[in-house]
Design a protein around this ligand. Structure first.
Ligand code: SF4
Length: 297
């Protein structure tokens, strides 16, 4: 394992103030080995060389402690945007777990995005944080089909195992939902997939299912990697050519069926009484703390 020097780990999050009500961003690891073929963090704008190799930020826990001590405003710390906080090395190094202990100690909230069922290891800490501050777990599930999952997200647990994790978290009253994104045109952008994921999310006790754009965004480097993987995974379908003919080098690559799929998505969420609008999700997981403790923010 390589340890890399760093000055900051918990930074203010200004990118999109409405993104799950996140106030700060935290990445303890650099790079991710989960192998999602569509990963945006591979884009050249982030300048992460050898993205699939995980590195640890040196003295991460000491740095996080100092940063939390010095923050004047409490808030929700988001993690999982650039690298999954529950990569396979987390099992040994327990850095995400140690960071959660600090987040609990300094009474911040937490928003975790992951694709790993290792998160259930930390249910005890998530419960503690949730007892005083907003807490949300976003489990990304893009396909109901475990065989497809193993092709497009090859080094992580299957969708079925992620649903089991959602059930375990929900059974422990941890506020949990599904990030159903990206939808890859011509691959998982179909009605059956969306319906199955929402139904199963409901059965597992998920509070929300969120999707955005009903497609995939592709940037330099990320696009080349993605198209290369399509050639390897679907050699007969010529999907790389279909993508270039349909989207060229555009950043946004929506499903050709996106209007219909959005209608299905919305109807299914409403049928199961599952939240799907960002503002409703934020209100639902944050509001009771704001009412209880005006000074929290
Ligand atoms: S888990 Fe997230 S950060 Fe890791 S490869 Fe997949 S999309 Fe990228």
């Amino acid at each position: 394992m390589e340890f890399i020097p760093t000055k900051t780990i918990v930074s203010s999050y200004n990118e999109n103030p409405n993104w799950f009500g996140i106030n700060y961003n935290m990445n303890i690891y650099k790079g991710c080995c989960h192998g999602c073929i569509y990963c945006d963090s591979r884009s050249s704008c982030y300048q992460i060389v050898d993205f699939d190799r995980v590195r640890i930020k040196e003295n991460a826990i000491e740095i996080i402690r100092k940063e939390l001590q010095s923050k004047r405003k409490k808030g929700v710390i988001g993690t999982g945007a650039m690298s999954d906080p529950y990569n396979p090395f987390e099992g040994k190094y327990k850095l995400t777990r140690q960071a959660l202990k600090l987040i609990d100690e300094y009474r911040f909230g937490i928003g975790i995005a992951t694709k790993s069922n290792l998160i259930t290891r930390d249910i005890d800490l998530l419960k503690r944080i949730q007892s005083h501050s907003p807490m949300i777990v976003k489990m990304t599930i893009t396909t109901f089909d475990d065989k497809l999952c193993k092709k497009i997200e090859k080094n992580i647990c299957t969708s079925n195992e992620r649903f089991k994790a959602i059930k375990e978290l929900s059974d422990n009253n941890i506020y949990t939902g599904v990030l159903l994104m990206p939808l890859l045109p011509f691959i998982n952008d179909n009605e059956e997939n969306i319906k199955n994921i929402i139904r199963k999310a409901y059965e597992c006790g998920a509070k929300f299912v969120f999707t955005y754009g009903l497609g995939v965004t592709l940037r330099k480097n990320q696009r080349e990697y993605y198209l290369e993987q399509l050639r390897k995974i679907f050699p007969k379908e010529n999907l790389d050519k279909v993508y270039m003919e349909t989207f060229g080098e555009r950043y946004e690559n929506p499903s050709p069926n996106s209007t219909h799929l959005w209608h299905i998505f919305k109807c299914e969420c409403e049928k199961y009484n599952i939240l799907y609008k960002m503002e409703d999700i934020i209100n639902d997981y944050k509001n009771k703390y704001e009412r209880k403790q005006i000074s929290w923010f």
